[in-house]
Design a binder for this molecule. Structure first.
Ligand code: V47
Length: 365
């Protein structure tokens, strides 16, 4: 029955590679984007269960978006405000402290810090921000700044990147989020985010971070103007980086939300597209331990199904995600621990509370 599913999809040779643990090629990746989704999902689930069994990881996390002012003007982004826009904001270090205090009565293991590229912020601001968070909550893991922000930090610090990483690590940064990668294609870069670091620069910054003992996540933003060959290329570039450094903890395909962006004429992604990205990522990124279905972007419903299409991570409680707001209520989105773990169980997986480095905090079986 399963053999027929795979055979009908024309994927018998890829199935054999998956069973034997043979690395997939660029051409295989292109075919995975075109083949029957159920068959691709079946193959991805083999890898998912081999690497992570029946476990679905989740984390108690707080997001902190310290500024929405940005001079990169990315066409896919609804979060940023140009430096002269009166509705732009930048939190003072005291306001950051206050935000952390606001959640102090709640268990949080990770604070995820991401902001725009605000050209007015000095190097010391980044150091003080991280120190203030660690001062308020020394026990939390600080996952801070995308590669794009690190490029800016280096610019204002006027120091080698290594020094910036080591100084901010001493202040309390323990890992990096995966944002800012978008799609590793010069064509898409030119078209949508030409003021921002390109693929080579993103990879170089990640490489240096990993060498400095700071692991990171990696992302890919899909469902806008990219072509499937460009997405395959993106995965292969990340796979090559991971072969070299081993510093990528988790890959997160980010489902593009066109509302309130310069690309609002584009249709939103479908469940089919979201599941396929998860599955293809699981199959191509054979050396990345975890694939996350970020429920805020895919919807919790799709993130549940994704647990059978290659994903082994649901992200977390997500207090105050500002990058993309709920289009109906315009409110931030978050889930209670009960709702999150119920959904994982309902999907037929075992919830496991993790820390940022995927150490098991509570296996809930
Ligand atoms: O780099 C911007 C994306 C990213 C939109 O590391 C959009 O665990 C969808 O990287 N629709 C920042 N996405 C967020 C990010 C992230 C999120 C969750 C978990 C982790 C992690 C990292 O958000 C940006 C960009 O690719 N983004 N605009 C949009 N309209």
């Amino acid at each position: 029955m399963v053999e027929r599913l795979v055979e009908r999809a024309g994927l018998t040779d890829i199935y054999e590679k998956v069973i034997n643990g043979t690395r997939l090629s660029f051409e295989d990746g292109v075919r995975l984007y075109q083949a029957d989704l159920t068959a691709v999902g079946y193959l991805a689930n083999i890898v998912r269960e081999r690497k992570n069994g029946n476990t679905t990881y989740w984390v108690r996390n707080q997001h902190l978006n310290y500024t929405n002012i940005c001079n990169k003007f990315c066409k896919f982004c609804s979060f940023y405000r140009p430096p002269t826009d009166p509705t732009g904001y930048t939190m003072s270090v005291e306001q950051v402290r206050e935000k952390v205090r606001q959640f102090k009565n709640m268990k949080v293991t990770e604070i995820h810090i991401v902001g725009g590229v605000n050209p007015r912020l000095p190097y010391q601001y980044y150091i003080d921000l991280v120190k203030a968070i660690k001062d308020e909550r020394p026990e939390v893991h600080v996952k801070a700044f995308t590669m794009i922000e690190w490029a800016q930090i280096q610019r204002v610090a006027k120091k080698p990147l290594e020094e910036c990483f080591l100084e901010l690590k001493a202040a309390g940064v323990e890992s990096l989020p995966g944002g800012g990668a978008e799609v590793f294609s010069e064509r898409v870069h030119e078209n949508l985010f030409h003021l921002k670091a390109d693929a080579d620069r993103w990879i170089e910054i990640a490489r240096v971070a990993h060498r400095c003992g700071l692991p990171s996540n990696a992302t890919m933003l899909y469902g806008h103007v990219e072509m499937l060959e460009e997405k395959v290329e993106h995965h292969l570039k990340l796979r090559e980086l991971q072969d070299e450094t081993g510093g990528i903890l988790c890959f997160i395909p980010l489902s593009f939300h066109p509302e309130n962006t310069a690309l609002s004429h584009l249709p939103p992604n479908t469940g089919e597209q979201d599941l396929r990205e998860i599955a293809v990522a699981r199959l191509l990124l054979d050396n990345v331990p975890h694939i996350k279905a970020f429920w805020v972007m895919t919807s919790p419903a799709v993130a549940q199904v994704a647990q059978w299409y290659g994903a082994d991570d649901f992200d977390g409680t997500v207090h105050e995600y500002e990058i993309v707001r709920d289009p109906v209520t315009d409110r931030d989105q978050s889930l209670t621990v009960q709702a999150l773990t119920d959904m994982i169980r309902e999907a037929g997986r075992v919830p496991c509370e993790r820390d940022n480095l995927y150490n098991v905090l509570n296996m809930m079986n």
